[in-house]
Ligand binder design. Structure first.
Ligand code: FE2
Length: 311
């Protein structure tokens, strides 16, 4: 199974260093049609499935906050209809890992990359996003190396520069130590400096580690997102934990970009120790369910009294 369709040496040279698009052939596997996705939704474990909608948040710095939905008892084909009609977004987490037919494709995707960029093996996780025409993924960054493999529909991705203006170290530190929300503060003026890519089916995009980005759907969309940790992402995340502690406990103003290799290496040790001894709170806020899917309602979304997710 060959998954990369137009990869060149130029791609290998720029991979993970620059914003990059490349062609793939996920559609030809037949695993992303409505029928195949319905079958997948029927067998996928519910604790690895998120059905989300978007709030109309009043804070302009954090637009389109995710709301968790109750999808229990809703047939898979209704979930698909909801994603096509409503303000709904389905994340089939680890779908590419948990089911053998998808696992085979994930192996071919990363096997193809490994063949091209130097034979190392990747330990990637892959999820499938099924999202409505008006879905928007808010401004955020990913803590590991990410690739967006677009399969069906039209998506516009905005990718922003990797510097203090767009992703301040203190926000990165706050997110990595779980103190705050998951999304980065956003300003409309940021878009002037964004690289904007209109993704077509069978086109993938990737970018330098941690580059902030956001996504607007132009139609009903199906995409695969994959992520994997590298030595670089591990060291940087540990440094951000160390820097968070230095900022909070010792009033320092650390900056990752300013530190040399030796300092980063030492701080990584400190960060790993802090994580081990509980400086990082693993207790994320409780996941509150705020709506349920109802096929009898236009848009499929019915607000509920908030309750803690237990499924
Ligand atoms: Fe992302």
């Amino acid at each position: 199974m060959k998954m990369l369709t137009d990869w060149t040496e130029e791609h290998s040279r720029r991979f993970q260093k620059e914003i990059l698009t490349f062609g793939h052939d996920l559609e030809s596997t037949g695993l992303f049609t409505d029928e195949a996705l319905i079958k997948l939704l029927e067998k996928h474990p519910s604790e690895q499935l998120d059905v989300c909608s978007m709030s109309e948040n009043s804070d302009p710095r954090f637009p389109n906050e995710f709301l968790t939905g109750d999808f229990r008892g809703v047939p898979a084909e209704v979930l698909m209809d909801a994603a096509k009609a409503g303000r709904i977004w389905i994340n089939v987490r680890k779908a590419m890992n948990l089911h053998s037919e998808y696992r085979e494709v994930l192996d071919a995707m990363y096997g193809g990359l490994a063949d091209q960029v130097g034979g190392k093996t990747y330990n990637a996780n892959g999820g499938i996003l099924i999202s409505s025409p008006i879905s928007q993924t808010p401004y955020h960054f990913d803590k590991t190396e990410t690739i967006l493999w677009h399969v069906r529909g039209e998506k516009r991705i905005y990718i922003y520069p990797l510097n203090e203006k767009f992703i301040a170290d203190k926000d990165y530190e706050a997110i990595i130590t779980n103190d705050l929300v998951d999304d980065l503060p956003y300003e409309a003026g940021f878009d002037e400096e964004a690289v904007i890519i209109d993704l077509k089916p069978n086109q993938a995009a990737t970018w330098p580690l941690n580059s902030p980005h956001r996504v607007d759907n132009g139609s009903f969309c199906v995409s695969v997102t994959t992520e994997y940790s590298t030595r670089e992402s591990g060291i940087k995340n540990a440094n951000m934990i160390a820097n968070a502690a230095l900022r909070a406990k010792f009033g320092r103003t650390p900056q990752y970009a300013r530190d040399g290799e030796i300092k980063r290496y030492m701080k990584a040790g400190l960060g790993i120790a802090l994580r081990k001894f509980g400086y990082v709170s693993n207790t994320n806020e409780l996941d509150m369910v705020r709506f349920k899917i109802d096929p009898n309602v236009k848009g499929f979304v019915v607000p509920t009294e908030p309750f803690v997710r237990t499924f």
